[in-house]
Design a protein around this ligand. Structure first.
Ligand code: URA
Length: 269
């Protein structure tokens, strides 16, 4: 079997080694390491249940140094950074936001209903956004550095969408979408990949992620979006049933998304 060539964005991401972060503080470290979700970590600190190097910590944003000893309720906890990435197959209807004034449901409520016990201690962030009526791949992570990696335009992480449209999918329209340079008012599109997937379906692969970008690009060439599905990000193709999630392996995060999980760089003790 012929080996597929490594895509350029992936080789570049490995060389860059990810986006740097800005120090660490106690509550965030507890949430990132899977000890307590952020709100509970903050509460535990306020209640005086957390010690830092033997002293009761009273400040949720107390800076942490490597090697600091942290205890919660008298037990030593490991607060070294870890990276966990979950792939979620988002159904229609859920909003990618912590709040939902319309009361239909958020992806975070769904996440917490689906999370297995061993992943409940983490503080979870959604990686990018999907519209309420869009289905498909949404990552959650405990690692804000992974969020930056996946959403930073410099990473050029490809995101592949499949849209069902009303209107004729002509070669001319596909060519316009692919060429880039479509003026959408607040920005001009970069070159993309656009291909026909059947009578009414267009697969569009973007390396940027502006607000309603797919729908607006299709609208600009006279196609209105009836359904939108995100099929793949990077080299990872969604393999989770609708409304379910799966923890990616370290190898998948590195090989398919070009990000080195943080716990792999822990010094050997
Ligand atoms: N582009 C859109 O228009 N909507 C999405 O949900 C994602 C990309």
């Amino acid at each position: 079997m012929r080996r597929r060539k490594e895509p350029r964005w992936l080789a570049a991401a490995k060389v860059r080694g990810g986006v740097s972060d800005t120090g660490d503080f106690l509550s965030r470290a507890l949430a990132r390491a899977g000890v307590l979700p952020l709100v509970e970590a903050e509460r535990a600190i306020r209640e005086g249940r957390v010690t830092l190097n033997g002293r009761v910590a009273t400040v949720v944003v107390a800076p942490l140094e490597p090697g600091d000893r942290v205890e919660v309720d008298g037990e030593v906890v490991d607060v070294r950074p870890t990276t966990r990435v979950l792939a979620f197959h988002k159904p229609k209807g859920l909003v990618v936001d912590a709040r939902d004034p319309e009361g239909i449901g958020t992806v975070f409520e769904r996440l917490h209903a689906l999370l297995p016990e061993e992943l409940r201690g983490y503080g979870w962030l959604a990686v990018g956004r999907l519209d309420r009526d869009t289905t498909g791949l949404l990552f959650f992570t405990n690692d804000e550095r992974f969020v930056a990696h996946a959403t930073d335009p410099d990473t050029k992480l490809p995101k592949r969408y499949v849209a069902t449209v009303s209107g004729k999918v002509s070669d001319v329209k596909l060519e316009r979408l692919a060429q880039g340079g479509i003026d959408l008012g607040d920005f001009t599109t970069l070159p993309a990949q656009a291909e026909r997937r059947g009578e009414r379906d267009v697969a569009l692969t973007l390396t940027e992620g502006k607000f309603h970008q797919v729908k607006r690009m299709l609208g600009a060439v006279g196609l209105s979006t009836l359904e939108l599905f995100r099929e793949a990000v990077g080299e990872y193709v969604l393999d989770v049933p609708l409304d379910a999630l799966r923890l990616l392996t370290d190898d998948e995060v590195a090989r398919l998304l070009g990000y080195r999980p943080r716990h792999l760089d822990r010094p050997v003790e």
